[in-house]
Design a protein around this ligand. Structure first.
Ligand code: ZN
Length: 271
């Protein structure tokens, strides 16, 4: 089955992974800007990173027939440094017209601090000023519920079309409030934390598939870039219709992304 992985950090994956993804039916990826595993020293490091996301990765992906899209920001972890964050916020507009940029992301919270919240709000203002979509990271494990609540409260202060915002890494206790507020939600299939394929299918069965996406969030840590096909298998195993599976892994991310003028997905069936 053709699918889209809406959250995958390919800068930290090998070219072999692109080949495997292509063989498994992946036709497009969206790669949010994230923490590199270490704090960067200056705004210039981010300018180089944004060049990698807008110039290098699309070419690497295209070798395997995968379309590569991206989101730009300074991640929640480094947002603790307000001065550095403001430098990066000034650089982002230079890249917003690059052909594979879908919006601002993944912004959010990490430890739910005041500085993280300040920079989250400044990213929202930037997104609104430039009519950008937004992709949001919610914190891990014990910080997730409180962080998600804080994010929903902050989002409520902005006049942004809720259908242009995706709140990612939702789990059983956070998916309801996100969907009920009118946002899109993303479930991350991770071997260690976040959702397993089986838990993700339980959530789909409970909440329905409207505005719900799944991703691997593959990165440099323990993660599995081919986790979306695992979900396809689990849904088939439980007897779900192919049309529902396709909605979750292809139609939904496509429908969310195509609100961005830069999303020029080629229909794989028409290639
Ligand atoms: Zn991520």
């Amino acid at each position: 089955m053709y699918y889209i992985d809406p959250h995958l950090h390919m800068v930290s994956r090998t070219t072999d992974d692109y080949e495997t993804l292509a063989k498994m039916g992946c036709v497009a990826i969206s790669e949010p800007a994230f923490w590199a595993g270490f704090d960067r020293g200056s705004g210039e490091s981010f300018r180089d990173y944004f060049r990698q996301l807008t110039e290098v990765e699309p070419k690497r992906a295209a070798q395997y027939g995968i379309q590569h899209f991206t989101w730009l920001c300074i991640n929640a972890k480094e947002a603790e440094n307000v001065e550095l964050s403001r430098e990066v916020l000034k650089i982002i507009p230079e890249f917003l017209d690059c052909p594979n940029v879908l919006g601002i992301g993944e912004i959010g919270l990490n430890k739910n601090t005041k500085n993280e919240a300040i920079i989250f709000q400044e990213h929202m203002e930037l997104a609104i000023a430039h009519q950008q979509q937004v992709l949001i990271h919610t914190p891990h494990l014990e910080d997730k519920y409180q962080g998600t609540r804080m994010i929903l409260d902050m989002l409520g202060e902005h006049s942004i079309d809720r259908s242009r915002v995706l709140v990612d890494h939702v789990e059983e206790h956070t998916v309801g409030p996100v969907l009920e507020a009118g946002y899109w939600a993303g479930m991350t299939l991770y071997p260690v934390t976040k959702c397993t394929p089986s838990r993700a299918v339980d959530i789909i069965e409970r909440h329905g598939a409207e505005r719900l996406c799944v991703n691997s969030a593959g990165d440099w840590g323990p993660s599995k870039p081919t986790a979306v096909p695992d979900l396809v298998l689990e849904m088939r195993r439980r007897g779900h219709k192919e049309s529902l599976i396709k909605k979750v892994v292809y139609d939904n991310p496509r429908d969310f992304f195509r609100q961005s003028k830069n999303f020029n997905l080629e229909n794989p069936a028409e290639r």
